[in-house]
Design a protein around this ligand. Structure first.
Ligand code: UD1
Ligand code: CA
Length: 458
């Protein structure tokens, strides 16, 4: 017999009333990515069949975010229960496949757990993912007979006092043989405390049809934890961040405090990297060997080369910092900044869309925008590239070994050729030739015995 394929159904129709938000529940983020995207990423790891996404509220916003040809969008106009939700794809699924039910508000489920569930199913017609909870309140309970076989799932609201003592809960995640999918879903009614069509009722129908039910009991509670409110969202965020911090530690990164680092994306780290507290990584970040990142820095979609140091409170965004650089404290690298080897960028310096060649220094209180800077340039404190004329942005070109005196304004477009010197306080509007000194301020005059103004007597 050919191995059965898995076809995924993701339930995402719920409104999420308890989030008290105008954003649909499943579009809230865990580690910088929506819960729905987390679940889709996991689904794609185990299946290349169509992924049926059952949506209800905020469908347009979901579609704006997720542009993926593997997704089959299926609307559930009214939310009449999990059974009703799944029924929406009855005509779409392939009866030869196994149908895997996932929840878009259960974001931390891993592909490994799903693979274990798929393995467990074997010759049974339903495989349930269950867990043992200290406080099972609110969940559907797994009812087993004396031999340990599952006989039904009872929702909390329909449960007897004795059933409520059962700790084994239904995570909601299950695998169903496609061949029984439509017959069972068509037989479900809403004859229960909530007058909903319960997907869980297929368990009893399977037993009537003499089909086997298997289960996989996961011990990873966070993986099957669903989000209904912001407190639960924050809890999963912390758990996820802890997991990531632990991975870094195990792989040799030094973290000042694993509780105080946030990774919202993918972080690739070299050897002997030290990260102080409250550092945030966003998007795709690559950190080389021996990098030190000091407290409160934010690194977004950027690369930091070997042996570079990022001092406290720096923000680096869509930039490349090559090796042996020193950035900050209090530096801001805006998008499209490229710093070559051994560049120094000091405090209160902002750099945007600029390339700075090796060994140049921009140490204090400076704005460099739309600039091509050579190597071994020294930019004095308070230097500004005036890149914007009110309508357009213009380029500043600075050659190798240029010295720019403090508090200079370089009015772009402008070229300062190699080895030139700009006297402090100059406003440069024209090309400065190779090895020239440019000075634009008025000559200093001195008036002897200068009398300062005094206050008028009344
Ligand atoms: C469901 C299970 C319960 C399980 C629990 C785990 C049923 C009847 N009960 O209960 O056994 O312990 O999940 O969290 O299945 N949804 C739709 N359309 C609907 C109804 C729900 O898309 O018409 C989606 C919701 O958005 C949510 C998920 O299905 O993501 C679960 O729905 P919810 O109403 O929270 O089910 P529970 O009552 O918690
Ligand atoms: Ca729920």
């Amino acid at each position: 017999m050919q191995e059965q394929k898995t076809e995924v159904v993701i339930l995402a129709a719920g409104k999420g009333t308890r989030m008290y938000s105008n954003t649909p529940k499943v579009l809230h983020n865990i580690a910088g990515k929506t819960m729905l995207e987390h679940v889709i990423v996991t689904a794609k790891k185990i299946s290349s069949e169509p992924i049926h996404l059952i949506y209800g509220h905020g469908g347009e916003r979901l579609k704006d975010l997720i542009n993926d040809s593997q997704i089959d969008w299926t609307e559930q106009k009214e939310q009449l229960g999990t059974g009703h939700a799944v029924k929406q794809v009855i005509d779409k699924i392939n009866p030869e496949n196994n149908i895997l039910i996932l929840y878009a508000d259960v974001p931390l489920l891993t592909a490994e757990t799903l693979e274990a569930l798929i393995l467990c199913k074997q010759s049974s017609s339903i495989a349930l993912l269950t867990a043992s909870f200290e406080q099972p309140g609110g969940y559907g309970r797994i009812i087993r007979d004396k031999a340990g076989n599952i006989v039904k799932i009872t929702e909390e609201k329909d449960a007897t006092e004795i059933e409520k003592l059962i700790r084994e809960i239904n995570t909601g995640i299950m695998l169903i043989s496609g061949q029984f999918f439509s017959t069972w879903l068509n037989r479900i009614d809403n004859n229960n405390a909530q007058q909903e069509y319960y997907l869980t009722d297929i368990v009893e129908l399977a037993i009537v049809d003499k089909q086997q039910i298997s289960s996989y009991i996961t011990t990873n509670i966070d993986e099957v934890f669903g989000v209904n409110n912001k407190q639960q969202l924050a809890y999963l965020e912390r758990q996820y961040q802890r997991m990531q911090a632990n991975k870094l530690l195990i792989n040799g990164t030094t973290l000042a405090d694993p509780e105080r680092i946030d990774i919202r994306g993918t972080l690739t780290v070299g050897k002997d990297v030290k990260i102080d507290i409250n550092v945030i990584f966003e998007g795709d970040c690559y950190i080389g060997d021996n990098v030190v990142i000091e407290a409160n820095s934010v690194i977004r979609n950027s690369t930091i080369g070997n042996n570079s140091t990022i001092f406290v409170n720096s923000l680096i965004e869509d930039s490349i910092v090559e090796s042996n650089c020193q950035i900050g404290p209090y530096a801001r690298l805006r998008p499209q900044t490229h710093l070559k080897e051994s560049v120094k960028v000091g405090n209160f310096v902002e750099i945007k869309k600029s390339t700075i060649e090796a060994e140049s220094k921009v140490n204090h209180l400076t704005y460099i925008g739309d600039t091509e800077m050579g190597s071994r340039v020294n930019v004095g404190a308070g230097t500004i590239t005036c890149n914007y004329d009110g309508a357009n942005k213009h380029l500043t070109q600075i050659g190798d070994n240029v010295f720019i005196g403090s508090n200079s304004a370089l009015v772009a477009p402008v070229i300062i050729e190699a080895n030139a010197t700009i006297a402090a306080g100059s406003t440069i509007t024209k090309t400065v030739a190779d090895s020239n000194l440019a000075i634009t301020r008025t000559k200093q005059i001195s008036i002897e015995n200068w009398q300062r103004p005094s206050k008028n007597k009344q």
